[in-house]
Design a protein around this ligand. Structure first.
Ligand SMILES: C[S@@+](CC[C@H](N)C(=O)[O-])C[C@H]1O[C@@H](n2cnc3c(N)ncnc32)[C@H](O)[C@@H]1O
Length: 315
């Protein structure tokens, strides 16, 4: 078994400044991971309801629950379900919601989870460890569906060529096999800065975990559970996610007409439900020196107004 590197929380000072947790408040950490944000919120005296859909993250967090004097509730569920999960426990509304989107270092560094092309592991990539795996998808989907996933979620310009190579190499069962197929299809020089398999792995992971749909649903759920004055802080790691958050906040703060193709259709006259606070925040040079994995992180922050949440539609 490979040993996971501990996860270093990204933009943590900026996130805690934005949430400004105080004793007596309740905050949602929608992506518990190794609990870096949760620990910092608890240290400010607030309560935390933390979500993760990875059973390993929930199991590893039980010591923190035991040490929290009843101030931490850990929930194994996707954050798209955060409203119903809070309602079921009588824990809504809340004063803050933070989301730190993407995979944790523990997930990435354990070859057995199948997220990385750096070590060899089963072609899995499921955060929740259930449902369709990357191998299930790549070994059964039509070539054109694979190409669409690579193009949309990996922004892979040669998606058709890669999809064709994947289909001719089936069945694929290991991450190293997928990486080799992609490198061969695209041509790989040892001094290439970026491995050509990067975009394919990102795309398949986003598809398998329904990551953009989860993010859109999670943002809409945060709008429904936040109190007036409640704070929303979202950290993303690539442009597809950041674009979705930016459009959601622009739309909900009245800065953009409704109708983003990523977000549910809305009533045209709905009132602003968020005020954006500041501009997008990027890690400082000092943080990047400590934690190079923070390099593509972007934080966006907003404050909930008192207006009713917009009516949810279908994605
Ligand atoms: C980047 S890590 C979070 C790290 C955390 N902020 C920390 O300081 O330790 C993301 C975590 O969110 C979880 N996750 C990602 N998408 C999720 C979703 N839609 N619902 C619930 N958990 C999710 C992943 O399983 C992973 O453990």
């Amino acid at each position: 078994m490979s040993t996971p590197t501990p996860h270093i929380p990204v933009l943590i000072d900026e996130v805690i400044d934005a949430l400004h947790p105080t004793p007596g408040e309740r905050h949602v950490d929608a992506t518990f991971g190794a609990g870096g944000y949760t620990r910092a919120i608890l240290a400010r005296g607030a309560e935390v309801v933390a979500f993760d859909r990875d059973p390993d993250a929930i199991a590893a967090g039980q010591d923190m629950v035991a040490a929290s004097d009843g101030r931490l509730t850990l929930v194994e569920a996707p954050f798209s379900a955060l409203e119903s999960e809070l309602d079921a426990r009588g824990l809504a509304p809340v004063d803050g919601v933070v989301m730190d989107i993407g995979v944790s270092s523990m997930q990435l560094d354990q070859a057995e989870r199948g997220f990385s092309f750096q070590g060899d592991g089963p072609l899995d990539m499921r955060m929740s460890q259930s449902g369709e795996s990357a191998a299930d998808f790549l070994n059964s989907a039509d070539e054109s569906d694979i190409a669409d996933v690579l193009y949309l979620y990996g922004e892979e310009p040669r998606s058709r060529r890669v999809a064709r190579a994947i289909v001719s190499a089936r069945p694929l069962t290991r991450t190293s096999e997928l990486a080799t197929v992609v490198r061969k299809a695209l041509g790989h020089k040892p001094h290439d800065k970026k491995d050509p398999a990067t975009r394919t792995f990102q795309a398949v992971r986003i598809h398998i975990n329904r990551e953009l749909g989860e993010l859109a649903d999670g943002l809409a759920a945060a709008e429904r559970v936040l109190k007036p004055g409640g704070r929303l802080a979202v950290v993303t790691f690539h442009s597809l996610e950041d674009r979705l958050v930016k459009h959601f906040l622009r739309e909900r703060s009245g800065a953009m007409p409704s109708g983003s193709r990523h977000l549910p259709p809305q009533a045209a006259q709905a009132e602003a439900t968020f005020e954006t606070i500041g501009r997008a925040v990027r890690p400082s040079d000092a943080e990047l020196a400590r934690n190079p994995r923070a390099r593509s992180a972007t934080l966006r922050v907003a404050r909930r107004t008192a207006s009713a949440a917009w009516v949810a539609g279908e994605l």
